[in-house]
Design a protein around this ligand. Structure first.
Ligand SMILES: [Zn+2]
Ligand SMILES: [Zn+2]
Length: 140
């Protein structure tokens, strides 16, 4: 059963998730900022096997501070970010909240890398960490 759907701006890339988000949060790291169009990215973690993707994604790989490789996938036609993968977390993907058909599916639980947040992009009201939480990301 489909729990939620999304896709890129032009509609060439679409996805359906059979899983509810297992974690959701905002990230202010410099790579998220540069790829976001704003001061942070908003991500939902879902099991990769639960998501059916149609259309072609273009990807860009880059190591994070941790040394893990982050692969950011976007539509080659309209440039919208759709999802990313972390080499340290096989089997899950991070969907961009901006790609959701219903943006209210995103229920943020945490803010990470606040040490890199621009002064104009503070996000109040959530547990916040200067970098990554020492115990790892909370799971729903
Ligand atoms: Zn597109
Ligand atoms: Zn980030």
């Amino acid at each position: 059963m489909t729990k939620f759907t999304g896709g890129c701006l032009c509609g060439a890339v679409r996805y359906e998730s059979a899983s509810d988000p297992q974690m959701a949060g905002h990230c202010h790291c410099a790579d998220c900022r540069k790829s976001s169009g704003s001061g942070h990215c908003s991500h939902l973690l879902v099991p990769e096997a639960a998501v059916k993707i149609t259309g072609a994604l273009v990807s860009y790989e880059r190591p994070a501070d941790s040394g893990n490789v982050i692969t950011r996938c976007f539509c080659g036609t309209c440039g919208s970010a759709v999802l990313s993968r972390n080499s340290a977390m096989p089997g899950v993907i991070f969907l961009r909240a901006s790609s959701l058909d219903d943006p209210e599916v995103f229920k943020p639980q945490v803010v990470v890398y606040t040490s890199r947040a621009p002064s104009w992009d503070a996000i109040p009201g959530l547990p916040a960490f200067a970098e990554m939480p020492p115990q790892g990301l909370p799971q729903a």
